[in-house]
Ligand binder design. Sequence first.
Ligand SMILES: [Zn+2]
Length: 252
Amino acid sequence: MDTVSSRFIQGEGTPESVWQAWLRRHPLPAATTAQIVSPARALHVVAPHPDDEILGCAGIMRQAARLGASIHLWAVTDGEASHPDSPRWPAAQLANERTRESEWALHRLRVPATRYRLRVPDGGVEPQEDWLSARLARCLSPGDTVIAPWHLDGHPDHEAVSRASRHAADASGCTFLEVPIWGWHWADPERGDFPAERAIAIALDADDQGAKRDAIQTFRTQLDADPSTGRAPILPDFALDRALRDIEVLLR
Ligand SMILES: [Zn+2]
């Protein structure tokens, strides 16, 4: 199933209890960060919005840093479109706040990352796909590892970032892996639309899980309701449950 209409991000999505039951019956092949990131090289994490990097692969970033790899975080947009028409969060103010949250999350994660703020318009990555691919390729070296969202993640920015990142990684001789983020929401493993045959699971120890939990708590703009519009949090508990597992899953 890879039509756009099958990937709506709405409602509460597939509950974590469904994923856990499915994972117990279909354990994913285990892998280690050392198998996907070379200590002498760089790990590039390409995040469409500030928080995607932490939700998807905070533990892997920590483990790669411990191995000695240099960590590069590409903040493609500033996420300024998450609160449309909000008196509390005008777009320019939200862009700066979400950037600050992402920087603080890296600090809490204790990952010495270099963060590149690309300022592509939130919700407008697709028209910038070629530019993004060329921008990334200028900084990639053979043997580096690139992680970007799943190309069927369900959010147009995520899917555009995935395509651009894969193109840049392939052209640069890098290892490329996809990370589902909104995919955990729209996909239903019982319906067969999760690509289990390409998935690997990387275990997080208690320290990594705790640091990830702490880092996620910095994203107050996403975790708190907006009293000025009455809108619910962007990241409610049912979404956090899917991000706080003891594994992180990548697609080869
Ligand atoms: Zn996102």
